[in-house]
Design a protein around this ligand. Structure first.
Ligand code: MG
Length: 391
């Protein structure tokens, strides 16, 4: 073996070792402690990261039944959720706190982020929320996984009133947890983030703001409000959205939802869909009667089917997990090239997208330097494909 071949083989072996060792890396393991930088949420390396997932449903047993570890594991492994929003009803703290903890613990175990949502509408009580969030911060504030959402949806309250409430809750959280992101509600059911942007919270860092939309009710004006807010420099997270009317029911509007998804993708806005529930409402992901652990795709309602497909399409194995492998539907890879190219090895899948452009595997040489994301557009197929050749 000549020196060149030896070095190439050594590199090849070390690449395979990387493949092996990176297989266990979780989403949170790669991205770590999140923070707010300008109008973006960024990871531990300062790179923007956009989270996609589902919101749980606290209003009835048909939703609360999914507050279990198996359901969360399946939403992570099969739906590719990278965040779960966990609402608790303010009047049900004594009965729902352990359920919330079960879900947070499952998010941590599966290496994704968790948004703890004080699911109040109008007339939220700052003291009660502060006490609850303080207990959550005490339990989870030293993990990178958790984010706090102190007020689901203000209704008639103006921004100064909401801001004062938030400052009270933020002070309580920050007395325990100095850094995890806090996502603040905005006026009129979270439809006015631009009003918060005119007078943002300055008592703490790592503050983001909510925008909630229901596609069959809220149209371009809400994206305009959100764009105004971004342009003023605040970070936005859509902690709740539905493909239907604002009641959570009524007709489905997938076309308008696609406009929102494109808008959020373009602006790095994370989102959690309402909701993980087996009830007759249009917004529910599952048909009534569905098992909370043993469901199949046949149990999905139209909203659940569309959202699952969207979440999978957005999934990327985190930057830095490279070289890697494509081993199952929706399991894509990305990374930063720093000096050499990769060729995609032989396998049953014929095409990939490289930074959004379709390529054939025969032409799968990646750029020598820079950030790239390689995705499998044939989600739903099942195969294992290792990137094998190093040039
Ligand atoms: Mg912390």
């Amino acid at each position: 073996m000549n020196d060149g071949a030896f070095l190439r083989n050594l590199l090849f072996v070390s690449i395979l070792l990387c493949v092996h060792s990176s297989a266990q890396q979780t989403f949170v393991g790669a991205h770590g402690q999140l923070k707010v930088q300008g109008n973006r949420i960024v990871n531990k390396n300062g790179q923007p990261v956009t989270l996609h997932g589902m919101s749980m449903y606290p209003w009835a047993q048909q939703g609360l039944q999914f507050y279990n570890a198996t359901a969360i594991r399946r939403l992570v492994q099969e739906w590719k959720c990278t965040v779960i929003r966990i609402p608790i009803l303010p009047n049900s703290v004594s009965s729902q706190t352990n359920l919330v903890k079960t879900v947070v613990d499952a998010c941590i175990a599966n290496g994704i982020y968790a948004i703890i949502d004080w699911h109040s509408m109008g007339n939220a009580n700052a003291t009660n929320c502060a006490n609850f969030m303080k207990s959550m911060a005490t339990q989870y504030g030293n993990t990178p996984n958790v984010m706090y959402e102190p007020w689901n949806e203000p209704v008639k309250e103006n921004w100064p009133t909401i801001k004062s409430y938030m400052e009270t809750v933020i002070a309580a959280i920050r007395s325990i947890d100095p850094d995890n992101i806090i996502i603040c509600g905005t006026p009129q059911w979270d439809q006015s983030p631009h009003l918060a942007a005119e007078n943002p919270i300055t008592s703490s860092t790592n503050i983001a703001y909510t925008m909630h939309f229901y596609s069959a009710t809220h149209k371009q004006w809400l994206r305009d409000n959100t764009e105004k807010a971004l342009n003023k420099g605040i970070a936005i997270f859509a902690t709740e959205y539905g493909l239907c009317e604002s009641t959570g029911n009524g007709k489905l509007d997938v076309d308008e939802t696609k406009k929102y998804w494109e808008f959020m993708d373009a602006n790095g806005i994370g989102c959690t869909n309402w909701s993980v529930c087996a009830i007759s409402e249009t917004s529910a992901a599952f048909n009534p009667g569905t098992s909370s652990t043993n469901w199949t795709d046949g149990n999905l309602k139209p909203s659940g089917r569309a959202v699952k497909e969207y979440i999978i399409s957005k999934y990327e194995v985190p930057v830095g997990v490279l070289p890697g492998e494509l081993d199952r539907a929706g399991h894509d890879i990305g990374g930063v090239m720093t000096g050499f190219s990769l060729m995609i090895g032989a396998g049953p899948a014929n095409i990939f997208t490289l930074n959004g452009t379709l390529i054939s595997k025969a032409r799968g040489r990646l750029p020598a330097n820079g950030l790239f994301i390689l995705k499998n557009p044939e989600a739903g197929t099942s195969y294992r494909q290792i990137i094998t050749d190093v040039r």
